[in-house]
Design a protein around this ligand. Structure first.
Ligand code: SF4
Length: 475
């Protein structure tokens, strides 16, 4: 479960690489845990599995970079967290996105009492050690950081998305620990189960998003100030002079000069960089805990891009913001991220802190992305990854990167690689590739992936709500 641990000291960019110096161990408990996220789009002809078994965490004061080519599932992952997946898309059963924030749990328990669960009562009912044997639990005690199953707690299972093992109704969204829904002391909100008012309270109120093109976020017929004030009215109940003062303060916070005058201007009177700053001000109006940035600098020139990245870093330091930053640009990822998830065809294929990822990339796709950065090659020709990202329209039974992989071998078209540590003890650096763990011989490594995939398939055999999906599997 999330704890109230204190934020770590401010992070600094390393002068040599421009990357962040912290390690995962230095940072706080996650504020968002994404587990086995599967988001699919149902057309007449096929089911497109845009996000297929993605897991990662976002911590306060941490920037998690999500990188990959177009079609890799980055934006659908963001929209899933925001509750913005529209028909014919849907988050499948077996997915979990949890928001761990005590104040939010207290507020939700107070506002939506019919959707709370008493975690204290669950603890009295269940023996945590026996839950490892439940058919919906594919985790081991080691995965929870324990040497022995008897060390586990019920909260571990709830917090890591194994609520079904405790008999929880999928509609339950808030969990409390002290037996009272009036004064919960801890818990989380299950975002995938939200709808209606709780969803609106979460989206924009606790998690805000900045899109690539500020013009799509700003209404051209309203002043920038009015649009910020509308967000303040909706999420913080401010109006009149108080809202105007706060709107000016937010514009100043994002570096808009002469904010008192500019608050009354329209979006077309702002430059591209200023518009993106205004959108960030709107996102901050509700004082979110997490900011999701979907290619926020792609439409900007490099000078303005650098300024926006610096601004995000300053705002993060001031507000302990957890940031999820999506881009296809490895250079931007190196600058802004603490931790990086590399996505390919709906799956996370490599995860690591930013320095090891850039210093020693393991997955052939990550290596290909890095070699494709202009200036990284010795010759005249720019390296590219031949071919295109496939559209994942059925469950993966082999490596989706195999047709483009320069290191592919026969097993790559037979066995689906799962995320495993790249070497023994390197839990913070994982790759979904049959070449790893790297101290193993290739046949041993392949067997390990196959065994792991089998156990995941068995554990995840719970049915999805639609016959035409296999949403219960975990990866
Ligand atoms: S599993 Fe095989 S095809 Fe896939 S990335 Fe690794 S080596 Fe390449």
């Amino acid at each position: 479960m999330a704890t109230e641990s204190q934020p770590e000291s401010e992070t600094e960019r390393e002068t040599g690489t421009g990357s962040k110096a912290e390690t995962t161990a230095d940072r706080n408990d996650p504020i968002i845990t994404v587990r086995n996220l599967q988001t699919a789009f149902f057309t007449d002809k096929e089911v497109i599995r845009a996000v297929d078994g993605v897991s990662f965490d976002i911590r306060p004061s941490e920037t998690v970079g999500i990188v990959g080519e177009s079609g890799s599932g980055k934006s659908v992952t963001a929209r899933s967290i925001m509750g913005l997946v529209e028909s014919p898309g849907r988050i499948l059963d077996g997915s979990s996105i949890r928001f761990h924030h005590t104040e939010t749990v207290r507020e939700f328990a107070r506002r939506f009492p019919g959707r709370t669960v008493d975690l204290g009562a669950l603890e009295a009912e269940h023996d945590p050690a026996s839950l490892f044997a439940h058919s919906t639990v594919d985790a081991t005690p080691e995965a929870f950081g324990y040497d022995d199953a008897s060390e586990a707690t019920v909260a571990d299972f709830v917090a890591t998305g194994y609520g079904e093992a405790l008999g929880l109704d999928p509609k339950d969204c808030v969990f409390v620990t002290d037996g009272s829904t009036d004064e919960p002391v801890d818990g989380f909100v299950e975002i995938t189960r939200l709808s209606g008012d709780p969803q609106r309270a979460m989206r924009g109120g606790r998690i805000a998003m900045v899109f690539q093109d500020p013009l799509t976020s700003l209404n051209p017929v309203y002043t920038v100030g009015n649009q910020i004030k509308e967000a303040l009215r909706l999420h913080r109940g401010l109006s009149g002079a108080e809202a105007t003062r706060e709107a000016i303060s937010l514009l100043e916070a994002v570096g808009i000069p002469d904010a008192r005058r500019r608050v009354a201007e329209y979006p077309h009177q702002f430059s591209g960089g200023m518009r993106q700053r205004a959108v960030i001000a709107m996102a901050l109006a509700c004082d979110p805990e997490v900011l999701i940035c979907d290619e926020p600098t792609t439409a900007l020139d490099v000078t303005i891009q650098a300024q926006i990245l610096d601004l995000l870093e300053e705002l993060q330091d001031e507000r302990d913001l957890g940031i999820m930053f999506i881009t296809h640009d490895m250079g931007v990822i190196a600058n802004i991220s603490h931790r990086v998830n590399v996505m390919y065809a709906g799956e996370v294929v490599e995860t690591a802190d930013v320095e090891p990822l850039f210093a020693d990339p393991k997955h052939p796709y990550t290596r290909g992305l890095l070699e494709s950065i202009p200036g990284q090659q010795s010759g005249d020709r720019l390296q590219t990854i031949e071919g295109n990202v496939p559209t994942p329209n059925e469950p993966a039974t082999y490596c989706r990167f195999a047709p483009r992989c320069p290191e592919a071998f026969a097993d790559c078209t037979e066995v689906h690689p799962v995320s495993l540590p790249v070497e023994e003890g390197a839990d913070d650096h994982t790759a979904a590739c049959l070449l790893y763990p790297e101290h193993r011989s290739t046949p041993e490594a392949v067997n390990r992936h196959a065994d792991r995939e089998d156990s995941i398939s068995e554990a995840g055999a719970s049915p999805a709500t639609d016959d035409d999906t296999t949403g219960g599997e975990n990866r």
